[in-house]
Write a protein that binds this ligand. Structure first.
Ligand code: F6P
Length: 485
């Protein structure tokens, strides 16, 4: 059976040191990790990635903690400079803002690109070192877009696959990137490129047409085709899902039910609105708070009757823009609570920390409205997790039209433009007043999609597309069908 080799910047395990010899290994957080981990746990395979600390990686603690993971874990080490220039720098100060259409937030520091390539080379070495001829190599996300090129430079002729978890921008934005040609050339070294949505795929093909003048885009009904330097590259959109059953089961557990009841009991007369986001400017948190403030101003019926629980999970705090962004959120929360709170009502409950899994599920289960309004997002799994946890088929989802999830959930969610503060404010009011029958009908439709197009469906669609490559390269892929369930 073909072994699945997943390669991503982050491992699902985060290593940290409390003191010189005291190491802790905790589950890593994030969309990619939470989606891919159940798949590897179920199928087995190998995961190559970074455990989140700079410097040497001690062998013992990670090996011990991952012994029963169900798959092999291969750590890649980054020095302090590499972490700063590859992870914080090129990945998160160039690609991340640019691909989320926020070009003014980019820091196009030339040294970042060199380190990005060097770290991608390191990942390529790790793949060469631990992969066998029949493995299915699946590289993930924007940190590792150069790995295909690095592997070709090492003489690897086998088929390689890649999935981009974040959006791909339109040409007018992508064309700001100093390395646009080199990056597209590197991506075209993969044999299968997966994107979250039709929009991202369309944007990518538009960029290939404009930048790679010797590439030929051949439109197809299912997988698209690009011919480039005597090679054929397949491209498709594969919207990522969640482990629906596990969320549903978790939400129904007595412990979660109790915590949800406790949460509700704290706010007996209010509808609860929930925002859960990593600290990130792409998530639209200030715009959301302004919309909430606007709703309280223009719809006084909401005062004392709604509470916004906004959870912000600390992330990338070493990048100055993230820190400034946190201060903006703090100020807005202070302003809203200062202006509207009464002796027995605080409109915004703000938590700057990670919720444990049970608590997160209890919040999904206990909150009447989920408020998911990123300025742009590859998919946004919070929206899907909320639906999976609403086993009572109740709950309203207010969703940004610029989240990848909008393509699948538009039949049930209230779609909004997150920049339009008044429209979002009116949508809060609409959600607040929505009759139960409508809530249920909408939630049922969304749950059907999230249940069916779950994370295992996502993997199967991607691997099935990979198996089409298999037919063109039989020796490398002959057993792939066995892997697909
Ligand atoms: O959305 C893509 C993604 O890689 C997610 O998996 C994750 O939540 C985030 O971006 C990365 O976060 P971090 O920088 O903490 O790895």
């Amino acid at each position: 059976m073909n072994r699945l080799i997943v390669v991503s910047n982050r491992l699902p395990f985060a290593l940290d040191s409390a003191s010189e010899d005291l190491w802790t290994v905790t589950p890593a957080t994030g969309g990619l990790v939470s989606a891919v981990e159940p798949v590897l746990r179920e199928r087995g395979g190998t995961w190559i990635g970074w455990p989140g600390i700079a410097g040497k990686i001690p062998k013992g603690p990670l090996a011990e903690a991952t012994h029963d993971a169900g798959y092999e874990v291969v750590p890649v080490a980054l020095s302090g400079t590499e972490r700063d220039e590859f992870y914080y720098g090129y990945s998160n100060e160039v690609i991340w803002p640019l691909f989320h259409d926020l070009q003014n937030f980019c820091n196009f520091e030339p040294a970042y690109w060199e380190t990005y390539k060097a770290v991608n080379d390191r990942y390529a070495d790790a793949i060469v070192h631990c992969s066998h001829a029949d493995d299915f190599i699946w590289v993930h996300d924007y940190h590792l877009m150069y790995v295909g090129q690095a592997l070709r430079e090492r003489g690897l002729s086998a088929a390689l696959t890649f999935f981009l978890h974040i959006p791909f921008p339109p040409y007018d934005i992508f064309s700001k990137l100093p390395q646009q040609h080199r990056l597209l050339r590197a991506l075209l070294q993969f044999d299968l490129l997966g994107f979250q949505t039709r929009r991202d795929l369309r944007n990518f093909l538009g960029c290939v047409r404009r930048v790679m003048l010797n590439a030929q885009v051949v439109p197809r009904r299912e997988l698209q085709l690009v011919r480039f330097e005597k090679r054929e590259i397949r491209l498709g959109h594969f919207p990522i899902g969640i482990d629906f059953e596990s969320f549903e089961k978790g939400a129904m557990s007595p412990a979660v039910a109790n915590r949800a009841l406790q949460l509700r009991a704290n706010f007996p007369d209010s509808q609860l609105i929930l925002g859960v986001d990593r600290l990130d400017y792409s998530k639209g948190i200030p715009e959301r708070l302004r919309a909430f403030r606007n709703a309280l101003e223009r719809h006084p019926e909401l005062r004392g009757r709604v509470v916004l629980i906004q959870v912000v999970v600390p992330s990338r705090v070493e990048i100055p823009r993230y820190n400034e962004f946190k201060q903006r959120i703090d100020r807005l929360v202070g302003d809203i609570n200062g202006r509207f709170s009464t002796s027995d009502w605080l409109p915004v409950q703000y938590h700057f920390r990670c919720l444990d899994h049970e608590d997160l599920l209890a919040h999904y289960r206990g909150c009447d409205i989920a408020f998911v309004t990123p300025l742009k997002d590859g998919m946004n799994l919070v929206a899907k997790e909320y639906c999976a946890c609403r086993t009572d088929e109740n709950g309203v989802l207010i969703l940004s039209q610029f989240a990848g999830a909008a393509e699948q959930l538009k039949t049930g969610a209230l779609l909004v433009n997150p920049y339009d503060v008044e429209e979002v404010a009116d949508t809060i009011f609409k959600a607040f007043q929505m009759p139960e029958s409508e809530r249920t009908a909408r939630m049922k439709r969304m749950r059907q999609v999230v249940r069916k197009e779950n994370v295992f469906w996502w993997v199967d669609s991607f691997l099935t597309a990979g198996s089409r490559l298999a037919r063109r390269s039989p020796s490398r892929w002959r057993n792939l069908r066995i892997l697909i369930m």
